[in-house]
Design a binder for this molecule. Structure first.
Ligand code: CP3
Length: 346
């Protein structure tokens, strides 16, 4: 890289493994139902409508990062939006979460899936990124994101959220050819989506593989890793990438091998032990989101323990091990972010 990184924002420096004046922080799901402003907006506007309005998505993204004092903003959107132009009938129902009304069950369903023209079919995501980048201060980088192929396939096949992932794993075990075809279609769409997001102003991109922890390391290696690797290899050079999954404690080495400059660590792992297994990577994580429900004092003590395990090393970004939960108190979030900054300032 020939970029002059001297005046780069702290979060970008940490993504590149460079020294930082303090530990940068952002939180997965930092914009969402735990914020009164978001709930008020959602009482008037549907979730999909909100995702498809660049003005409102910009407002939610910028205000949330500003309110909590995060070192980065993540674009307000959802991992499932890319499934609509592929031909999936997506609905966010109250109470049940996301529902795909025409799930993929047969190899003929895979054949029917369309390729995605991101600029034509998801213009609102790109416009939201452009507007958000303009509205943010330079010190606060903008993160773009996508679901990873396995997690998207899980939604497509299960038809929604799932406990045991029976349908997706049955499909994967039973028909390796149809599975590979599905993962190829998804990895193409994800690569195109992230590339377009980078062109529209995303300075870092994160891949969310939220459900991948239901696989064994050897199944991950066989059925998932090559497809994720193709995504990372297909992205423009020089833009930092974050690879996050939940339940990845058995397969961190494989996750690293699949790609990503920064590896997201979930809260089922001890940060120092996890980091020791993937030397050379930058890491992000991993306060238990539930710690934020236990009151300010408990949250600060537990955030302090995460910082101890991070050990003041370069290439560290403080985050939760998964997303902010709806009952979280915004004041606790702010206190934790201030605490991380104060404790780590050099
Ligand atoms: O602040 C941010 O992090 C940016 C926005 C964002 C959302 N979803 C907004 C959202 C991001 C990065 C996501 C990613 C996402 N979406 C993931 C991966 C991260 C993770 O949590 O594992 C997944 C699995 C989804 C799919 C999804 N979208 C689910 C399961 C749900 C319903 C459950 C829930 O949390 O309500 C959604 C809806 C959703 N996406 C909401 C938000 C703020 C809540 C919708 C509402 O307002 O009712």
């Amino acid at each position: 890289m020939t970029t002059n990184t001297k005046h780069e924002p702290v979060f970008l420096k940490a993504c590149r493994g460079e020294p930082t004046p303090y530990t940068p922080v952002w939180l997965m799901r930092q914009a969402g139902r735990y914020m009164a402003e978001y709930r008020e907006l959602r009482s008037r506007v549907g979730f999909l409508e909100l995702c498809k309005s660049p003005e409102l998505a910009t407002q939610v993204t910028v205000e949330a990062a500003d309110k909590i004092g995060a070192d980065a903003a993540i674009i307000f959107s959802d991992i499932l939006l890319v499934l609509e132009p592929m031909g999936m009938n997506l609905e966010y129902s109250k109470g049940d979460g996301p529902v795909l009304h025409n799930p993929v069950r047969e190899s003929s369903d895979v054949d029917r899936l369309q390729s995605v023209d991101v600029k034509e079919q998801l213009p609102f995501v790109l416009e939201a990124l452009r507007q958000t980048r303009k509205a943010l201060p330079e010190s606060r980088p903008l993160i773009g994101f996508s679901g990873a192929p396995f997690t998207l396939a899980a939604y497509m096949i299960e038809g929604g959220s799932s406990r045991n992932f029976e349908k997706v794993k049955t499909f994967m075990y039973r028909d390796a050819g149809a599975w590979a075809a599905l993962m190829q279609k998804l990895s193409r769409a994800v690569t195109d989506l992230l590339t377009a997001q980078i062109e529209a102003g995303a300075q870092v991109v994160q891949l969310f593989d939220s459900w991948v922890g239901c696989l064994s390391p050897s199944d991950y290696r066989e059925y998932v890793l090559p497809h994720v690797k193709r995504v990372f290899e297909g992205l423009p050079q020089g833009v930092p990438t974050i690879h996050f999954g939940v339940g990845t404690g058995t397969m961190l080495e494989e996750i690293r091998e699949a790609g990503g400059d920064v590896i997201g660590i979930d809260h089922h792992q001890d940060l120092d032990v996890a980091w020791g297994r993937i030397p050379g990577a930058a890491v992000q994580g991993n306060l238990d989101p539930v710690a934020l429900l236990a009151g300010r004092d408990v949250a600060l003590i537990r955030a302090g323990k995460v910082l101890e395990r991070a050990g003041g090393k370069q290439g560290y970004i403080f985050n939760l091990g998964h997303g902010v939960l709806p009952p979280t108190d915004v004041e606790t979030v702010k206190a934790v972010i201030d605490f991380v900054h104060e404790q780590t300032v050099t």
